[in-house]
Design a protein around this ligand. Structure first.
Ligand code: FE2
Length: 214
């Protein structure tokens, strides 16, 4: 049930008491945190924008399934958190991070940015163009995500492919316990995309109050 339907029911039931809506206020579930892992870039790429497909002004696209990843960052009441920095990092289509100590760096895709960041707008929204995550030895496909504001870390987590049966065998995925599904994201084909591009939505719910986040 979405927020709108909920208020309709409350109104429909004729509950005019101010306290009722407070008691039944629908709170969103906090996005679970996950470990940062060892591969947050030790040297940021020269290009750190929200388009990971093209490095600087290169004309060669990265290997992988182009995916448009977007979402909204809010508090538990759905109040948007503007001006939050969201960073993502992930392996390229060959399974390599841009980290200098990744054993697969040499075989990496030189055209993939590997990392990007974005500042949420006043509606708390963010957007990245990247690739659908792939697996690498020991891990199922995932994208690392970090949210901060004024250099204060608010959340570090990882997102996973919805419906990937192998997720259950992934140690870090399993650590999210009963909250696992909150980290799963559907990468769906965009019907009008002839190039077979995908879209994915990941909303992030933080345990901050709007006054903390201002
Ligand atoms: Fe990773």
């Amino acid at each position: 049930m979405n927020r709108r339907d909920f208020s309709k029911i409350v109104i429909g039931a004729g509950l005019g008491y101010g306290t009722i809506s407070h008691v039944f206020a629908e709170l969103l579930e906090l996005t679970p945190s996950q470990v940062e892992g060892p591969f947050f870039p030790d040297k940021l790429p020269l290009d750190t924008d929200n388009d990971l497909i093209y490095l600087n002004d290169s004309v060669t696209a990265s290997i992988g399934e182009v995916s448009h990843l977007s979402g909204k960052i809010t508090d538990v009441r759905g109040t948007p958190i503007p001006n939050a920095v969201i960073e993502i990092w992930q392996v390229d289509g060959n399974g390599a991070y841009i980290h200098t100590e990744d054993p697969r760096l040499a075989q990496g895709d030189k055209h993939f940015q590997g990392y990007g960041r974005f500042l949420t707008n006043r509606k708390g929204e963010y957007y990245f163009r990247t690739i659908k995550p792939v697996s690498y030895p020991g891990r199922v496909p995932h994208i690392h995500v970090k949210v901060s504001q004024k250099n204060k870390d608010l959340l570090t987590t990882q997102i996973y492919l919805a419906g990937n049966k192998a997720n259950e065998n992934d140690v870090l995925y399993s650590r999210a316990g009963g909250k696992r599904s909150l980290l799963e994201v559907d990468f769906k084909p965009i019907p009008e995309s002839k190039a077979g591009e995908l879209m994915a939505e990941f909303n992030i719910i933080l345990g901050v109050t709007p006054s903390d986040s201002e």
